[in-house]
Design a protein around this ligand. Structure first.
Ligand code: SAH
Length: 411
């Protein structure tokens, strides 16, 4: 029978008997736990010697003797000689010190588990009958996969002493374009603060009913929640001990005001982290088969907020036919943007593509040119959300060969 304990070794004296490769592996693990290891071994293998030297671990270069156990909370014996390991384990037993016996787990009083930390949970696996480390590792890895992408019920049932905020990138729409980390953080969240872009609708369907969902997005007939108020909401919930996920479309740091939310958390002393997302700036053109850079065609790309108009740097760059301009939030300002580009001498025949609702079933792509862009936008009824791509990469035939008229002879 085995009782798994979550033991805290930080600052505690751990004795390692033996200096071979197994000892080195364990030494590394104990050091990572913050333990204070000591080592007793006549000789050290290279890796143990390196760790001893590097971390200033106390080393007695001799055989084990029973007084070595004095002060130890835990002993690990891996001398390479099962007989010696057994003697060490027996000494531990008589002195009531827990002992991990590397050569024969059955003859030690403690065992290491195949362990992993994912977010704020720790998973440990061991066998109850006969050690089988490779199986334990395989089981652990399978559990880690489930935990890591949020398929296990990870939400805390008890409020933590301190909450936190995660600014999480949701990608351009479908939930399977989110990162595995994003899925896990959402599964752990007590409070989810969402807006209308990205995978919010799909994600909120599968949530625990007692997860609080706060929608701060724009909706028809409703004003969006002002940024100050969003900052206040995330900080307050985290300060109350909750795990807050601020889910954003695309990437939090690309026109997502993630920087402001981060500053608000830092100013309030709330722990905050950012999980990147797939930005529509790259992924929405991609969904229409448009690479933002393409060898020989486009060597750089500018990502612009259309509401602010084109700045002098962008207009300068647009004169260069090898630069792609990607405009977000540009639908309402399209006329003004096109006028300024044309006035700056960007050619009328520069290819333009409108990609609406990229990566969703409603996706629609319109190919046009700078000269025809405004008329074509009106003709198709261009609507948000849309990404406007200006540059040679927006040409319809960049990746798809020019269609050959039916019946035309091929060379
Ligand atoms: N942080 C986001 C961008 C937020 S600004 C990101 O990294 O993607 C909002 C703008 O993103 C919209 O006006 C639109 O230009 C663009 N956008 C976001 N999702 C989109 C989608 N699925 N299809 C087209 N454009 C999208």
């Amino acid at each position: 029978m085995t009782l798994m304990l979550g033991v805290t070794l930080a600052g505690r004296d751990v004795l390692l008997v033996g200096g071979g490769p197994v000892a080195a592996k364990r030494l590394r693990r104990f050091l990572a736990e913050g333990a204070r290891p000591r080592i007793v071994a006549p000789v050290l293998h290279a890796e143990s010697a390196r760790l001893v030297e590097h971390h200033g671990v106390a080393w007695e270069p001799r055989e084990f003797c029973p007084t070595d156990l004095d002060g130890a909370w835990l002993v690990h014996t891996a001398t390479g000689d099962p007989h010696v390991d057994r003697l060490v384990a027996e000494q531990c037993e008589s002195q009531r010190v827990l002992c991990i016996n590397a050569s024969d787990g059955e003859r030690g009083s403690a065992r290491l588990t195949a362990q992993a930390e994912i977010g704020d949970v720790t998973v440990g696996v061991t066998s109850t009958v006969g050690a089988d480390p490779r199986r334990s590792v395989a089981v652990r890895d399978a559990v880690v996969d489930l935990v890591a992408d949020g398929r296990l019920p990870l939400r805390r049932r008890r409020t933590a002493r301190s909450g936190r905020v995660d600014l999480v990138g949701g990608g351009p729409g479908p939930a399977d374009l989110m990162t595995v980390r994003a899925r896990r953080l959402i599964a752990e969240a007590d409070v989810l603060v969402i807006d209308r872009l990205g995978p919010a609708a799909e994600i909120t369907q599968g949530l625990d009913p007692d997860v609080m969902v706060i929608d701060v997005g724009k909706r028809p007939g409703r004003h969006p929640v002002p940024q100050d108020e969003i900052n206040r909401i995330i900080v307050e919930h985290a300060a109350a001990g909750h795990r807050v996920v601020r889910l954003k479309g695309g990437d939090p740091f690309v026109f997502g005001r993630g920087g402001e939310e981060m500053l608000a958390c830092l100013a309030a002393g709330v722990p905050v982290d950012v999980t990147p997302g797939i930005s529509s700036a790259i992924a929405v053109p991609q969904s229409a088969g448009i690479p933002v850079t393409h060898r020989g065609t486009a060597a750089a790309f500018h990502v612009v907020n259309g509401q602010g108009g084109f700045g002098p740097g962008t207009l300068e760059a647009m004169a260069d036919a090898t630069v792609t301009t990607v405009v977000l939030m540009g639908v309402a300002a399209l006329g003004r943007l096109v006028d300024s580009a044309l006035a700056h001498g960007v050619p009328k025949d520069r290819p333009v593509a409108f990609v609406e609702s990229g990566h969703t079933p409603q996706q629609r792509t319109t190919r046009t040119t700078l000269g025809r862009a405004v008329g074509d936008a009106r003709a198709v009824g261009l609507r948000n959300p849309a990404v406007i791509v200006i540059g040679e990469v927006a040409s319809e035939h960049l990746l798809l060969p020019t269609p050959v008229a039916s019946g035309a002879a091929r060379a």
